[in-house]
Ligand binder design. Sequence first.
Ligand SMILES: O=C(O)[C@H](O)[C@@H](O)[C@H](O)[C@H](O)COP(=O)(O)O
Length: 326
Amino acid sequence: MASSSSFLRSILFSSPTNFPSRSDSLSSFFPKNLTCSPPSTPSPLLSVSSIGSRSIRRVGDSRRKLSEARSMATTASQTGKEENKKRVEIFDTEENLAIDLAKYTADLSDKFCKERGAFTVVVSGGSLIKSLRKLVEVDSIDWSRWHFFWVDERVVPKHHEDSNYKLAYDNFLSKVPIPPGNVYAINDSLSAEAAADDYETCLKHLVKTNVLRVSNSTGFPKFDLMLLGMGPDGHVASLFPGHGLCSESKKWVTSITDSPKPPSERITFTFPVINSSAHVALVVCGSGKAEPVQMALNKTGSVPAGSVSAEEELVWFLDKPASSKL
Ligand SMILES: O=C(O)[C@H](O)[C@@H](O)[C@H](O)[C@H](O)COP(=O)(O)O
């Protein structure tokens, strides 16, 4: 039987193109810091006829659950606009979630690379990064057009265990050929406040050079895709429940020095930036997050994740345990 990676490659994505595996050392792959000078649709994911019958049933089960969750999410607040742009996908296993997330991201990459010759992608830290493991197996992605950002970063050196850069580098960036100049890490030699200002300056430069779009309706930068995790307290990025930064309405990037989740010093995108994204995927797994998921989706409580929206589409990717209270 084929390994899961060749299995994915052969049945899910038909492009024969292979990209070279990355051999750059960590230090040579460090991006320019933020005085930056930035520089075929895959076949359907669960090509069900090619996958074992147990997986097909799981997908079917997931889809039924999905429609239930969709109607719950919709009836919870009868509003039109934001709710209509929201989808909830529930997967039997985190493995199936990771496969679908890869397909979702690859499709958007294809669309934006064709439409505008670039794909601006933002990631959080945390367990999300592990769920991107199937994405590195997609041969059809034009990585050269990717521009890679962090929605939040801990203010620590890039080689530090707490660094979101290091987490993404070790588990994702080191495995795909995104040009190093298109990877926008924070300047880790600055204070939190200065690093946030520096990152915002970088984003403004990328707007000027047309790498990054601006939302016509909000005037904030419009990333093509944000891939976000959610903490067990319902935080997203470094926007924590009850923290004043959740209502920041002017800055693009801001700093926090009293983060309840260590380390205390971080920079983070603000809600207006997150919510001006074209697409947002909120990826949440595990029963420990079932309650904030319920609070956010059924509007039974107030958690930062419940304030996330997107200009085109917000998709919640949940595994069964995370959806158990819906
Ligand atoms: O740097 C961080 O702390 C993150 O960017 C943060 O927003 C993370 O995504 C959530 O805390 C979820 O993390 P887990 O999935 O590991 O719970």
